[in-house]
Ligand binder design. Structure first.
Ligand code: ADP
Length: 633
């Protein structure tokens, strides 16, 4: 029988497993039991929807057998089973192997074993402790059983097998003990019992094992005899059905990691029950970090759905609003029909009500977190704030009421996050606008010419460093009546009354010069004017109301919106020596003013981080001016 080869990535992953130095090898048992439990869920559900496949709850179980003599550990279940082609598909390759990201991680991974938890490699983790794995299985839909055998990287075989009952039986032949690793431990009753308690207690099917018990010898009072009895190791109460006060944080964490394939504890657990027209229990988790594929199209958001403790769907995506798509977890409702399918789910009134209730609860939980656990919330926002902002934008502002108070921004006042509420509370009473400034990083923003004035006057300005920021707040339009205003846009006056008068006077006196410069620049600018934003820099470019310069930059990356440009205004600092030079040039040689206008225009673009149209012409003009300005002797 020729061996089949694992898919390339699977093979590499296997190599990782086999040579693993991962200290937490014991999780293999959790992974196998979790697979068995999923298979039992599927079989039970099949029975509910197809009467001919009906199965009694008592016939659904998981069993652990161990033999020191053979060094084997068996995990058997009466779940849905697998056909030969399912074995090929499910065990010959890893589910996530198609993802480019996964492969990239594998390249880097080597012995850095975080990858094991990160990608939920499940079944393969058994190769951390076993050097031979045999899977015998009979599918609920077939009379023929099959056997899959592998001794590791060199491939696997699938052959017909004898198996009377539906389900799967996995036999691990454990590796030999080394100085560092005692694999024989996994053949000890006490160890297996404690691992089941630790990782799989909540599994809703009995996990049975034959255990040896000493009982008094009926023929001799002073003696005991060993008998073997079958025992159920787990309590079978799903964790979400337990009283919250009785659940330890570690229990939540272990449950989360085992069930939702994360290697880190969750950032936040949201566990609650609702009684009423629609009764349900939800156990939701906010991960610490976005999964590797969170922003890819292959990321599947959704909650696991149970009805009266019976598993129905793996990913009910209609239960989660888009803005909270990073949340994982499960929902168990008393009031949903068992026959609910993916299609019905979308239209079902009950499901809509459920989704809306979940949405509100998550919002409330986040609000509470922001209020009471600020530090935790900021970590959450670092991971998922971007998603909230995208949702605001994508929903055309419909999510505004819900999300606006969950947003955080950095500001010029402190190197800390502020909420819009905090910003508004401490802004001067006579001001009606929330100031912001955009840039690709805080460092870039702080180098902008306009920031000198901001620092001088101690004005608080929000820093928008994500591309989506400006788009999102434009969708919001205002925050409790306060509109948003870019300090690099429009006719913002950061100066005092006195400075304003002075500026108006200068504008009037230099009207001819300014309009001559505008003339020279043509359509490139809407206006050339005197600035009130600048302290030390000669010029800056600002956008008129409407699209900002930062938005122009973002849109220039998008092939569909290329060519959309902000309406630009060139501002000149009247307190900079260049201003006097311009006045002189205008008085003595008005034709030369065009050169100056061109150069200053290009400089303003460069400072803003925008490309200039003709770098060669720009360079030439600078050199010409240098030559003219150089010593005449
Ligand atoms: P995951 O459980 O994350 O999908 P695994 O590598 O653990 O990844 O398992 C791969 C697939 O193999 C499962 O999705 C399932 O279809 C199948 N499988 C594994 N164990 C069993 C089992 N005991 N009974 C039926 N199918 C199983």
């Amino acid at each position: 029988m020729a061996k089949k080869q694992f898919k390339a990535e699977s093979k590499r992953l296997l190599g990782l497993m086999i040579n693993s130095i991962y200290t937490n090898k014991e999780i293999f048992l959790r992974e196998l039991i979790s697979n068995a439990s999923d298979a039992l869920d599927k079989r039970y559900y099949l029975g509910l929807t197809d009467e001919s496949k009906n199965v009694a709850k008592k016939d659904l179980w998981i069993k652990i057998e161990h033999s020191k003599d053979d060094r084997t550990l068996v995990i058997e279940d009466t779940g849905i089973g697998m056909t030969d082609s399912e074995m090929e598909k499910n065990l010959g390759t890893i589910a996530k192997s198609g993802s480019a990201e996964f492969q990239a991680q594998l390249e880097k991974a080597d012995k850095n074993i975080d990858i094991i938890g990160q990608f939920g490699v499940g079944f393969y983790s058994a190769f951390m402790v076993a050097d031979r794995i045999e899977v015998e299985s009979r599918s609920a839909g077939s009379d023929q059983a099959w056997k899959w055998v592998s001794t590791g990287e060199d491939g696997y075989t699938i052959t017909p097998a004898e198996k009377d009952s539906i389900g799967t039986r996995i036999t691990l032949t454990l590796k030999n003990d080394t100085d560092d690793e005692k694999y024989s431990e996994y053949l000890e009753e006490y160890k297996l019992r404690s691992l089941v308690k630790k990782y799989s207690d909540y599994v809703r099917y009995p996990i049975k094992m034959d255990v040896t018990k000493s009982i008094p010898d009926p023929t001799d009072e002073d003696k005991t005899i060993d008998t073997v009895q079958e025992e159920t190791l787990n309590s079978m109460v799903p964790i979400w059905k337990k009283q919250r006060s009785k659940i330890k944080p570690e229990e939540y964490n272990e449950f989360y990691k085992g069930k939702f394939n994360d290697w880190e504890d969750p950032q936040k657990v949201i566990h609650y029950s609702v009684e009423g027209n629609l009764s349900y229990t939800a156990l939701l988790f906010i991960p610490k970090k976005a999964p590797y594929n969170f922003y890819n199209t292959d990321f599947e958001p959704g909650l696991q759905l149970y009805s009266k403790g019976v598993f129905i769907l793996e990913k009910a995506k209609d239960l989660l609003p888009d803005c909270y798509r990073f949340i994982t977890g499960l929902v168990d409702s008393e009031d949903l029909s068992l026959n609910i399918s993916r299609e019905i789910l979308q239209q079902d009134r009950q499901v809509k009500a459920l989704a809306s209730s979940i949405d509100k609860k998550i919002t409330k939980a986040l609000e509470d977190m922001l209020k009471k656990e600020r530090e935790e919330y900021e970590k959450f926002f670092d991971s998922f704030g971007l998603n909230l902002k995208y949702s605001l934008y994508k929903s055309y502002g419909m999510e505004k009421e819900k999300l606006q108070d969950l947003l955080l921004f950095r500001s010029s006042r402190e190197q800390k996050y502020v909420t819009l509420k905090e910003y508004v509370e401490r802004m001067p009473e006579d001001r009606n606008e929330i100031y912001f400034v955009s840039g690709s990083s805080i460092a870039d923003i702080e180098r902008l010419p306009v920031m000198d004035k901001v620092r001088d006057r101690d004005i608080e300005v929000l820093y928008f460093t994500d591309n989506v920021d400006e788009f999102a707040i434009r969708m919001m339009n205002d925050y409790n009546g306060k509109t948003f205003k870019s300090i690099t846009e429009g006719d913002l006056d950061l100066g005092t009354e006195e400075e304003k008068k002075d500026r108006e006077k200068k504008a009037e006196e230099n009207k001819d010069m300014l309009s001559a410069m505008k003339e020279a620049l043509g359509d490139k600018v809407k206006e050339v004017r005197i600035s009130s934003r600048l302290k030390d820099d000669p010029v800056c470019m600002v956008a008129d109301q409407g699209m900002s310069i930062e938005m122009e930059k973002v849109l220039s990356q998008d092939p569909n919106s290329k060519g959309l440009k902000a309406t630009k205004i060139l501002e000149i600092n009247p307190d900079h020596p260049i201003f006097e030079t311009l006045q002189k040039v205008n008085a003595s040689n008005p034709d030369a003013l065009k050169e100056y206008a061109d150069v200053l225009y290009d400089q303003a673009l460069l400072i803003e981080g925008l490309p200039i149209e003709d770098p060669v012409a720009y360079a030439k003009k600078i050199v010409d001016l240098m030559v003219k300005a150089g010593p005449k002797e």
